[in-house]
Design a protein around this ligand. Structure first.
Ligand code: GLY
Length: 326
């Protein structure tokens, strides 16, 4: 850690009155970090992050932009009918509708999002169109769908036979119980640093299975599901969206990095914030990934079981997150 970083970190933490001892948990495995200077680099959430990273890497290695890389990467996961939490094949809401949330942000602080979007396979690309073709940041529901059609996106049903059967089985009891750490259960979030040193990020999800009709989570919300500041770094979230929104998860990670924390320290601090702000986190999973302007990365979760896919020139691997609770 540089002297400047150490100074800023101490000042920032002191100012906030944040001390490690005040937190309910300490990270159980604190091993994630990279040497600054690794670029290009892409990190993504969960095992399906490796699928996204492979695609992103083709673009980054050839000198393409971080923005193109993250969009192309997460699109593959959106199109996978086997994934039950993103795009095609995503589990529906309690009324049987697949509703999608996504956002994207580039190195110029430009951003776009869509929420509660139906029947469009690639919400992340619609989000990019919102960013590039409109003066707005977020379009929702029917307005987002109409905009997508105007932009040339085709409509299709996203409810697969498998996801419909799962919904019909759920309907017999209609009990909503989030279950932590079911593989492939959540958002694909991806952050990249390209050869030019520019950061971008994207995240996309079908949200919580069997949610209330109209429910929107953290994933389309800039500052909650994703935040990028090209001077500092970027962060992305996965897990229970309501808990992430309550602490503005991705934005606070980037702010903590701005004030001197490493991506790893900032992700852990954000997890502690979630723990502090909720009475019972026993069945609540939240996880973060973060990447600095210099290519350092980090990941942390509340509970064991979250992993991050990492791709650099030297590494193509899954990294288990540091977790706060057993
Ligand atoms: N993190 C995804 C959601 O809560 O919708």
């Amino acid at each position: 850690m540089t002297k400047r970083r150490a100074f800023l970190k101490n000042t920032f933490l002191g100012g906030l009155g944040v001390v490690a001892a005040s937190c309910k948990g300490m990270a159980k495995n604190h091993s994630v970090s990279s040497n600054p200077g690794d670029k290009p680099i892409v990190i993504s959430t969960w095992n399906h992050g490796q699928v996204a990273n492979n695609k992103s890497w083709e673009i980054l290695r050839a000198g393409g932009s971080a923005l193109d890389a993250v969009e192309a990467g997460v699109r593959l996961v959106e199109s996978d009918p086997e994934g039950s939490s993103v795009g095609l094949g995503g589990l529906p809401d309690r009324d049987g509708n697949v509703t999608l949330d996504a956002c994207i942000m580039n190195h110029k602080n430009e951003c776009g999002g869509v929420a509660f979007l139906q029947n469009i396979e690639h919400p992340v690309s619609v989000a990019r169109k919102v960013m590039e073709e409109t003066p707005h940041v977020l379009l929702v529901g029917e307005g987002a769908r109409q905009f997508a059609i105007q932009q040339g996106f085709k409509e299709r049903s996203l409810l697969t036979k498998k996801s419909e059967q799962a919904w019909l089985a759920w309907k017999k009891e209609s009990r909503y119980e989030p279950i932590i750490n079911i593989e492939n259960h959540d958002t694909i979030g991806s952050i990249a640093l390209d050869k030019n040193g520019n950061l971008s990020g994207a995240c996309t999800t079908s949200g919580l299975a069997y949610k209330m009709h109209g429910r929107v989570g953290d994933s389309p919300l800039i500052g909650s599901g994703l935040f990028v500041d090209n001077e500092v770094g970027a962060a992305c979230a996965t897990g229970l969206g309501e808990a992430i929104i309550r602490v503005a998860g991705s934005a606070i990670i980037v702010e903590m990095m701005r004030h001197g924390m490493s991506p790893q320290e900032a992700c852990e601090e954000a997890c502690k914030r979630v723990i502090q702000k909720h009475e019972d986190v026993s069945n609540l999973q939240v996880a973060f990934i973060a990447l600095s302007k210099t290519g350092e990365y980090g990941t942390a979760s509340l509970h064991k079981g979250f992993n991050m896919a990492l791709r650099t020139d030297k590494l193509d691997t899954m990294q288990e997150a540091a977790f706060q609770l057993g």
